[in-house]
Design a protein around this ligand. Structure first.
Ligand code: SF4
Length: 486
């Protein structure tokens, strides 16, 4: 057990009034040692909790004067204090096995911890889930959770996870659903392994045995140049189309029998199959937006000016836990100092009001495919697709762009002007390869990776781009910043 450290104390909060300081170590609350930030939150939710802390070599007791339910105003350094539960599977498609050597250590951590599923939306296979975990989830109502299913055929699931417990661990899924926990599932589809007939069997199995799942996402595997498993390969266009067909057929069936679609295909499939995305209404509120389901349509809606779609779905469970550190899938993209260097970057003549000259959007190759119809008719706005040489393979999502590839794309640029970089490829100010925005050969403007932010950034140099596109009779704007690593 490692005691969490206070990393920030909110101004005028009960914690600040009680004299808590950054770097204090939190040892216990009312005599109990919390195992994680969820337990910590429950303990400090009471009125006037007593905190035992370590400050340097000194141990102190601090009375936090507050009402029951009042937020104490502390952020701590980790989410799980008794160590993250690591994964004991060895999935053939695991992207962590496909990372090149020498990246940040934290990127190689394979977690399979239901608490991180609740806190950050990480997917868990439940192969390490226990009766005690179930009791806790049900008692503390840790909902929603996110479960990797892959197959409902026990033998195939065990083979895909390379873990015999994969054959039986979906019994916990049944128990969670029976306990009223909202669960979202995912099937990582690997061609030649669990697609085609096997996918049909899985979708039938889900409808038959787990129709009370909230949603199920079918997502393609990512294959980098570093895969060591020759049986793992990207989908062909025909295979991608077959996945869409299977999902859409089951959607129709589910809509008729359950009154909702239940299953969704990732945006990547529509790109691979070169088919139009379904309408926004087909995503039923975008519950798996962060897993690449409906990102394009959410982006489009935001770009058109729907502010509520600006950031996709904001999961309620994360904000529920005051004090959780910003890690997992939702680490802050910038470190607070990443530059928004609009004026610095302008290398041309001073702009007149309304002039949007020389705005270039750096994006992954998939992002470029869907941004193109959105910006095609906007004068002086262009795309700079960044080829992913760092990972190679079929990795083309914007969220996996690395500093070295962005730097190469920028070095190839001849003109100046503004360069917009979506923040989805950054985590605490760094690209996956460790480079920072300041290491790039040209200044860039880091913008949030949603349509509303792109619209605002383009507007900052001139007229409403969405309105311009419409006025020119341009095609329906569609855009995406795909960030899933899977
Ligand atoms: S894909 Fe997930 S469950 Fe499978 S080995 Fe990797 S981290 Fe573990």
């Amino acid at each position: 057990m490692s005691a969490p450290r206070v990393v920030s104390v909110a101004a005028a909060s009960p914690a600040q009034r009680a004299g808590l300081k950054v770097n204090d170590e939190l040892l216990a609350v009312d005599g109990r040692v919390p195992r994680d930030v969820i337990e910590y939150r429950l303990l400090v939710d009471e009125a006037d909790p007593e905190l035992e802390i370590r400050r340097g070599h000194e141990e102190l007791t601090v009375l936090l004067r507050k009402e029951a339910g009042e937020i104490p105003g502390i952020e701590v350094s980790s989410a799980v204090f008794d160590r993250v539960r690591t994964c004991d599977n060895h999935c053939e498609f695991c992207f962590i096995y496909q990372l090149p050597k020498g990246m940040r250590r934290s990127l190689y951590l394979k977690d399979d911890d239901y608490r991180l599923s609740f806190l950050y939306g990480n997917f868990t296979t439940l192969t390490r889930f226990t009766e005690l975990d179930l009791e806790r989830v049900l008692t503390e109502r840790l909902s929603p959770l996110f479960v990797s299913i892959h197959s409902t055929d026990p033998e195939l699931r065990a083979r895909m996870l390379r873990n015999p417990r994969g054959a039986t661990s979906l019994r916990w899924l049944r128990a969670l659903l029976d306990g009223g926990i909202e669960v979202h599932g995912q099937v990582v589809v690997c061609p030649g392994v669990n697609d085609a007939d096997a996918l049909e069997t899985t979708l039938a199995g889900l409808v038959d045995q787990y129709s009370d799942l909230a949603t199920v996402a079918c997502v393609p595997l990512g294959v980098s140049d570093y895969t060591t498993d020759p049986s793992m390969r990207p989908h062909t266009r025909r295979e991608a189309a077959a996945v869409i067909d299977a999902v859409e057929q089951w959607q129709d069936l589910c809509a008729r029998s359950l009154g909702r679609r239940l299953v969704y295909a990732a945006d990547e499939y529509y790109l691979l199959a070169e088919r139009p995305f379904p309408g926004a209404e087909a995503y039923d509120g975008f519950p798996q937006h962060e897993n690449g389901i409906g990102m394009a349509r959410a982006f489009e809606a935001a770009f058109r000016g729907d502010a509520s779609a600006a950031h996709g779905v904001q999961p309620g469970f994360f904000s529920w836990v005051d004090g959780a550190p910003a890690a997992g899938y939702r680490a802050p993209r910038t470190d607070g100092s990443a530059p928004y260097r609009h004026e610095d970057t302008w290398a041309g003549e001073p702009r007149e009001p309304g002039d949007r000259s020389g705005v270039a959007i750096l994006t992954g190759e998939y992002g470029a495919a869907v941004l193109d119809p959105l910006v095609r008719d906007l004068a002086h706005v262009r795309l700079v697709p960044v080829h992913n040489s760092f990972f190679g393979g079929n990795i083309a999502v914007t969220g996996l762009m690395t500093g070295i590839d962005v730097a190469r794309a920028l070095s190839d640029e001849r003109s100046g002007g503004r360069y917009l970089l979506p923040d989805v490829c950054l985590s605490e100010g760094r690209f996956l390869d460790g480079m920072t925005v300041a290491d790039l050969p040209r200044p860039v403007e880091v913008i949030q990776s949603d349509g509303y932010s792109l619209r605002t950034a383009l507007q900052s140099g001139g007229a409403d781009p969405a309105r311009s596109a419409t006025a020119r009779g341009g095609p329906a704007p569609v855009a995406v910043a795909l960030g899933s690593t899977r």
